[in-house]
Design a binder for this molecule. Structure first.
Ligand SMILES: *Cc1c(COP(=O)(O)O)cnc(C)c1O
Length: 441
């Protein structure tokens, strides 16, 4: 990409609404980077690097807490007029995220589900969607609504099997919606192969990836051939469980415009205050994720060494270890394990003190949950059984606490619940029998 060499060329480029990064975005009062090309530095640097053109040189983008913006002429036409349509704080965030997500355009909305709502409004009655059988509960709920009320045909298949996906791809396939790793079964989906097969069958099919589990720190689905990448900003991007947000990244300008139309038409754009908070969270994504996944690796190895069936793509025992690492730069910080008994799992979850019982993940605090009782409860028991979701599965979402404290607390919970027995030479997982003795910790 040629960089503008004269002020006149630079001005022309600005007027054409393509910024110096080549992003065709609405202008921002604080361009995220003055450099040509999509990315100049390593991701950890780009995450914190913003070059503000603020009139006072503010180091962080001001919160433009204003619904309206005064116009200078009677027919309007200024950069911003109404916050539903655009707000400087949101634009700044979107431009920054576009760089981080390797996209030409990014859109920020009120939640991850809000993002999927915007994306699925690209569908028309009769369109077919192919998606997984181990989906985030909210995704499953929205797709079921579209199927029952909007005439959209939804095929749930095992997306970890590329051939199973190929079998249902036809020219009617409008969207292929993927999640990797899936949650809580931590199954890996071959995004590149499915994207290729989908586009071969129907060049207009949109391959959409929910990248919440990995974040742009560890994976860029657009680079793997996806048309749209979205994620819940509530999780790793924000990192503190203090806001809800959703972000969408796209390279095709026309698809970007269609989604922007929906955001402007429905009013689901992220508020100025939450845009500010998400921007602040994103700056620490690299250090949080590094710490979280290093601890997750130790905890996964700890559990595996004590005889539990652990699902984590950082473990060599993961059946799709190589596939995961062909797409991602890390294993993330969510893992799950089975105890063999629902009541035992409940006792473990309730005995944990440092691990908060909560849905969600990506927070600085570590969380423990039983997905079948909590985040995935909106999927009925019969469907969960069909999808081979073990009712006893425990999900751990690792935060940034001291890892030895986390392991100690987990050990105490396992012993108190009767999942392991303390012996002279360490712990041993008990045969799951639901009624094992409960040694006091
Ligand atoms: C949380 C989550 C969502 C939904 O995001 P919200 O911000 O809660 O609306 C979607 N997909 C995955 C994988 C998630 O974990």
């Amino acid at each position: 990409m040629a960089s503008p060499s004269t002020p006149a060329q630079a001005a022309k480029k600005a007027l054409s609404r393509v910024d110096l990064d080549g992003h065709a975005l609405p202008p921002s009062p604080a361009p995220s980077s003055p450099h040509p090309g999509p990315r100049r530095y390593a991701l950890a640097t780009e995450l914190v690097y913003t070059d503000s053109k603020d009139q006072y040189g503010a180091s962080s983008i001001p919160i433009y807490q204003s619904a309206t913006f005064k116009q200078t002429s009677s027919n309007g036409g200024n950069e911003y007029d109404y916050t539903r349509s655009g707000n400087p704080t949101r634009t700044h965030l979107e431009r920054h995220l576009a760089k981080i997500m390797n996209a030409t355009r990014c859109l920020a909305v009120g939640s991850g589900m809000g993002a999927l709502d915007v994306i699925t409004r690209l569908l028309k009655p009769g369109d077919e969607v192919i998606t997984g059988d181990d989906l985030y509960g909210g995704t499953n709920r929205l797709l079921t609504y579209l199927k029952n009320n909007q005439g959209v045909v939804v095929h749930h298949v095992d997306t970890t099997n590329v051939d199973a996906v190929k079998e249902v791809i036809t020219e009617k396939t409008a969207m292929v919606l993927l999640e990797t790793p899936t949650n809580p079964l931590i199954k890996i989906v071959d995004v590149a192969s499915i994207a290729r097969a989908s586009h071969e069958a129907n060049s207009k099919a949109l391959v959409v990836v929910d990248n919440t589990m990995l974040s742009p720190m560890l994976c860029n689905p657009l680079d793997l051939g996806a048309d749209i990448s979205y994620e819940s900003g509530t999780k790793y991007l924000s990192g503190h469980h203090d806001i809800m947000a959703g972000v969408i990244a796209v390279n095709d300008a026309e698809i970007g415009d269609k989604m922007y139309f929906t955001i402007n038409a429905t009013g689901c754009g992220l508020s100025p205050n939450d845009s500010f908070l998400l921007m602040r969270g994103v700056k620490t994504l690299a250090i949080r994720m590094e710490k979280q996944q290093t601890s997750a690796q130790r905890i996964a190895e700890f559990l595996e060494s004590h005889g539990f069936k652990v699902r984590y793509p950082g473990l060599r025992s993961h059946p799709q270890y190589d596939l995961h690492w062909s797409m991602a730069r890390g294993a993330g910080a969510v893992l799950s394990f089975e105890t063999g008994d629902v009541a035992l799992s409940e006792r473990i979850v309730e005995a944990a003190r440092l691990w908060g019982i909560s849905v969600s993940f990506g927070c600085v605090n570590s969380l423990i949950s039983m997905p079948c009782r909590m985040s995935h409860a909106s999927i009925d028991a019969k469907t969960r059984a069909e999808r081979q979701m073990p009712e006893d599965i425990i999900r751990l979402c690792v935060g940034i606490e001291d890892v030895d404290d986390l392991i100690d607390d987990l050990t105490r919970a396992l012993v108190q619940a009767g999942a392991v027995t303390l012996t002279i030479d360490g712990f041993h997982a008990n045969e799951a029998n639901g009624g094992s003795s409960t040694p006091s910790a």
